[in-house]
Design a protein around this ligand. Sequence first.
Ligand code: B3K
Ligand code: ZN
Length: 892
Amino acid sequence: NLTIYRKDYTAPSFWVDTVEMGFDLDPKSTVVSTRTTLKRNTESTEKDLILFGESLKLVQIRMNGQKLARTAYEIDKHSLRIFNPPNEIILDIETQISPIKNTSLSGLYVSNDNFFTQCEAEGFRKITYFQDRPDVMAKFTVMLRADKKKYPVLLSNGNLIEKGKLSDGRHFAKWEDPFKKPSYLFALVAGKLVCQEEKIKLQSGRKALLQVWVEKGNLDKTQHAMDSLQNSIFWDEQRFGLELDLERFMIVAVSDFNMGAMENKGLNIFNTKYVLANSKVATDADYAGIESVVGHEYFHNWTGNRVTCRDWFQLSLKEGLTVFRDQEFSADMIGTNSGRAVNRIADVRVLRQAQFPEDAGPMSHPVRPESYVEINNFYSVTVYEKGAEVVRMYYTLLGHEGFRKGMDLYFKRHDGQAVTCDDFRAAMADSSGRDLTQFERWYSQSGTPRLKVATKYDAAKQTFEMTFTQSCPATAGQDKKQPFHIPVAVGLLNAAGQDMPLHCQEQANPTDSTTLVLEITKAKQVFHFTNVTEQPTPSILRNFSAPVELEMDYSDDQLAHLLAHDSDAFNRWEAGQRLAMRRLLKLTAAVQVQQPLELDTMFIEALRKTLNDSTLDAAFREQVLTLPSTTNVAEQMDVIDPQAIKAARDFMRSEITRHLKADLLTAYENNLTPGKYSPDASSTGMRALKNLALAYLQEWPKSSTFELADSQCANAKNMTDRIGALAAMVNAEILTGGTHKDATKSANKAVAHALKQFYNDFKQEALVIDKWFMLQGSAGSTDVAKMRKLLKHPAFTLSNPNRARSLIFAFCNANPSQFHAADGSGYALWADLVIELNAINPQVAARLARSLDRWRKYTPALQEFMQAALQKVAASKNLSKDVLEIVTKALA
Ligand code: B3K
Ligand code: ZN
């Protein structure tokens, strides 16, 4: 049995004081020597010392200066066990590895001829035999040796303490990290790199050197990352009183990387996607992504590195908390209320798009999982995004100051330690004097809670009653659930759309604000509001105060009222989404029984009003006009029929355009952003609304609107406008089909030309070519045959994760009508690619394997094809633990 359980946790048998490492770097054969000083953990009942190791060649092992006898230890594919060693030992281990052959991008590997490491979660054991577990923290000193010409730059964690020349054209650099850390935070980088650097002054007056390292030729794309890093440093000082604890902080960009970035102590390693930007190659979304990921990794320096996780089941301790921190950082960077709401909407979109489905599928797991086969599969939207929602609930329950007090206590108690989610909860409880016992269920129970609300207004008594009923559906491995502790922020609107004063019998309103946080702890709970002078419209779950599915029988009029007036911008948006969702579900049902499709004027008029409301930020209007995704709709259905959803959604889009064409054109023209490019919130919002309008306008085929896209594409001065127009054109390609034959022909020619031009303009820019592939992978006109052709494009490769994801993930996750082709060909392609990727990079393969998670919810015919595809993968040879866990759980 491969499963590892949280309940089986035991402390390590030895503690480590210091680790001294030496690397003789060579792509084919790197020799790693490691000297570790260890002391027995007297509280452990384990007598042996257990070191993990994978794909290593053991050259030699010595204990206290003596060669270790072959009978003194045992070695297998995953570990090296030394039998009952003395209580204090010095261990010398020499291993040999081959970085060039390491295509998994975990451990030490080569990318574009440079060396990089990725050790979280369990990559360090691919470098040397070690107690590779986060509760073993030690001080590291690292000596790097390599050819000076090929590898002029040698970096590791902490401070550079020595460097110099060696014989044979080699050189060395010695690094020392003053803080003890777990092995997963170890990093080294070696190669031909250049950097942008700046010195800053910290809150305490200390100076720090900041560097952003990239390949030569990319120095014109580092400024935004550098700015984001400085903003992050200052924000953490101000908001949490946390200062950078190192003299030097480095960010290094690498083009082959499994995820976004990695928070190695003092030496963050980033996917190029989250570092490189200038207006020519990066979109507004890229700029925002860089700011948030740079922030995220920097914030880990305290939440993750100074205080780390005892074991990997506690992953959300650092990830949920750090996502919450990066979300708050991005929101504070915008500053305005409406800007904050737009960010919040984007975060909730991610939650609904990915986390709710995960939590209802075969990989459903609590924020603190109980078991895993491959820990890398649990770097999930549940651990990250739902984990961030859990942290946000503390913030909502305790308030701004209360939360800060909790954080202060957390660091006071646990700085330098490896701790658990319970320790964090205890700090929040003890600092506030609140009982957060029941709150633990957010960590232990999986599934998205349902919160039903019924209301009653008594005009004579002037009372308003709200009855909440909570439940949580059964999820993988969890049948019965206990009630959650749910903070529900509510407000009441009068007929004029203003907030009414709140007097609740069950819950005091300490700040006398017009939003009250109700605390729901029971399965059923009633709240009575008094002095309610007229029938109110309740605004419930303001700012999405808990990660639940809210069920409330709003009338269309109530929703329109909220959309027009709610002082809570999130709920304003939410009301619009509810109006749209209701109609999308009806339309989908109509498509299925081949009834005529109709969209009512009331909805269109509500959208028109929002679109034309110049008191609202463009960014917010864009969010309201963006319909729920096909995935959002699918999650609301018992049986998913992707083609019907697609048809319903397309119909809705074209109806909106038919009625709002003039308004959309005006929005387009009013939101041009001539002049110098700036990724600020206001310009970003304007471009977003303009490009949304442009996309809508393609739904109503008139050559004039197509030409608008074509000319924007040809004349764009920045990547946001260029790709926005290209996307609109590519998607128009099939939409203009059918009755508009002539238009279709010329449009398709123009699309092909624009795609070719784009490719030629950017063929040197890998990240832009990723966008080019992504656009085509997700285009409704890209069927399986076209996909197979694109996979053979000379610029395509499976071994670069960004490239693989750009085309394949776009097709499997964002092209529902083609991926779910009725003949099952999309799933067959998926199976081939999962198998092929499995041999190259198990982590990327396992992510792709998740695309069929929800197979049991589809129509029977599709289910059959999906099951067959899953079985094909499950039966294939040499399956990694990563992919095996996903397909086994899917089929179970
Ligand atoms: N902590 C890393 C993720 C490592 C993933 C390992 N499969 C990035 C982050 O969350 O900041
Ligand atoms: Zn993180």
